[in-house]
Write a protein that binds this ligand. Structure first.
Ligand code: PLP
Length: 468
């Protein structure tokens, strides 16, 4: 019999002391990243211009539990442990026999799950004497999270924000500046790569792939500057596992156990953060649950992309990662969930899909806003446009339970609030929000430009030659 409470709060002292590293439990290791020049597996030295040594160790580690440093946990106490909520009013509105729970990450200072990795990334950089961090951002959630983290640890932060989001969401920029960061619309005239894009398309709306190239170029050419990424990489997904570990403890408090876990996927980090601790339990002999990734139909890397080696950025400066990709040259349409406008998917999430451990589905934005508005009118929270995809996924599962007469337990990650995204809600209310479709010929062209990689180069084990 599930606990009848609505909200499940953990005491500060029960906040997880370790991150969970799924690489320790994988039946088949994830294919390694490759050097863009030699096409050989990258080693720590290749990544050193971009990242501090500790984050590189974490990126390549196969150790199951990695301790969260005490100063990082101290900062987390500003908002963690985050609440787990039983969405009773949503259940009633849907008239579903399912029990729906959500983990709410919008309680963080920046309003999403992104500070879960921004804080440790800033901490490890500061510990190794880095002066400045440079990054990209879509909707601005990641940029504002890194700006917040930089302010706490005395690091300068420069953010390249995708131009369409920079223009759609001016208050996100104001938030970054309030935290002390500098925010630049991308493509920008500040970098060689940005200038090359602008020369061809002066009105280019930008993309995460372009903004990453700009940030990587700046980091690689300044010795006091490192690059920080808000998604995709193993160490970023690792940091987010605090979400799922807390959720497990809270589901125990609720005397319930999820049958279906749902998250939205841009680069895959909040989804992985919620799902990996549960999938890890399964890989170690525990029960099998359905795990559903929800992505935008206008940028469907998991459902329509190719599983292949590709660059993480449009300028082809990053290492190659084996992932579901729409092609690094693909520019997604300018829909509102800016954080989901990325051509690739995290190698770990892609790998799990290849292993049949997760499912993926894609929704158009109006369906997602419809679900987000329903959540606002039942549970009171206005989700970020990205998070609306997870809400829509949970609603679809709840309606399936209704049709099938099943009282399953659905757990979804409500990864952020939409308080800076209200213009999108205004468009939705006015009926002017358009479901956008990507250009099939552009997708075909972007996929035809994927780099060709000999199969043997991809066979070395992740973590080989690197102390865990
Ligand atoms: C609120 C929110 N959710 C989701 C995402 C997508 O990223 P990820 O898939 O890494 O969680 C973003 C990215 O910026 C975001 O801001």
């Amino acid at each position: 019999m599930p606990n009848q409470a609505t909200k499940f709060l953990l005491e500060e002292g029960r906040m997880p002391a370790h991150w969970y590293n799924i690489a320790a439990d994988l039946p088949v290791p994830v294919p390694p990243m490759l050097h863009p020049g030699t096409l050989q597996p990258v080693g720590p030295d290749d990544l050193a211009p971009l990242f501090p040594a500790e984050l590189i160790r974490q990126e390549m580690s196969t150790t199951r539990e990695i301790p969260i440093p005490e100063p990082v946990r101290e900062v987390f106490k500003l908002w963690r442990p985050s609440p787990l909520v039983r969405a009773r009013r949503l259940e009633q509105a849907l008239q579903t026999p399912a029990r729906i729970y959500f983990k709410y990450e919008g309680v963080s200072p920046a309003g999403s799950h992104k500070p879960n990795t921004a804080i440790p990334q800033a901490w490890f950089n500061q510990q190794e004497g880095v002066r400045r961090l440079v990054t990209e951002t879509g909707a601005g959630q990641w940029g504002s999270s890194l700006s917040f983290a930089g302010a706490l640890f005395g690091l300068e932060v420069t953010v390249y924000q995708v131009r369409v989001s920079y223009e759609q969401k001016p208050y996100r920029r104001a938030l970054m500046e309030t935290y002390g960061a500098r925010c630049v619309a991308s493509p920008s005239p500040e970098t060689e790569y940005g200038r090359s894009v602008l020369a061809q398309h002066p009105e280019h709306p930008g993309s995460l792939g372009i903004a990453i190239s700009e940030a990587v170029e700046v980091a690689a050419s300044h010795t006091d500057t490192k690059y920080a990424l808000g998604s995709v990489l193993n160490h970023v997904l690792l940091h987010q596992t605090i979400i799922g570990q807390e959720a497990m403890l809270q589901m125990e408090m609720a005397d319930d156990d999820p049958d279906v876990i749902v998250g939205c996927t841009g680069g895959g980090s909040n989804f992985a953060g919620m799902a990996f601790p549960y999938i890890g339990q399964q890989l170690r002999g525990g029960r099998r649950r359905r795990v559903v990734a929800v992505e935008p139909a206008a940028c469907p890397s998991l459902t329509r992309g190719k599983y292949a080696y590709d660059f993480g950025d449009t300028g082809k400066m990053t290492p190659l990662a084996k992932m579901h990709t729409l092609g690094a040259a693909f520019t997604p349409p300018g829909f509102h969930a800016g954080g989901l406008r990325y051509h690739g998917m995290a190698p770990l999430v892609s790998h799990l899909q290849q292993l049949g451990l997760i499912e993926a589905t894609a929704f158009q934005q109006n369906k997602c806003f419809e679900a987000g508005v329903l959540l606002a009118r039942t549970e009171g929270i206005v989700p970020a446009p990205e998070a609306n995809h997870a809400v829509a996924g949970a609603v679809a599962e709840a309606l399936r339970c209704k049709r099938e007469g099943r009282s399953e337990v659905i757990l979804f990650n409500l990864c952020g609030h939409g308080h800076f995204d209200m213009s999108a809600y205004s468009n939705y209310a006015a009926g002017t929000l358009v479901d956008q479709h990507y250009d099939e010929s552009e997708l075909a062209m972007a996929l035809s430009g994927l780099p060709s990689v000999p199969a043997t180069n991809a066979s070395r084990r992740q973590g080989q030659g690197v102390a865990p």
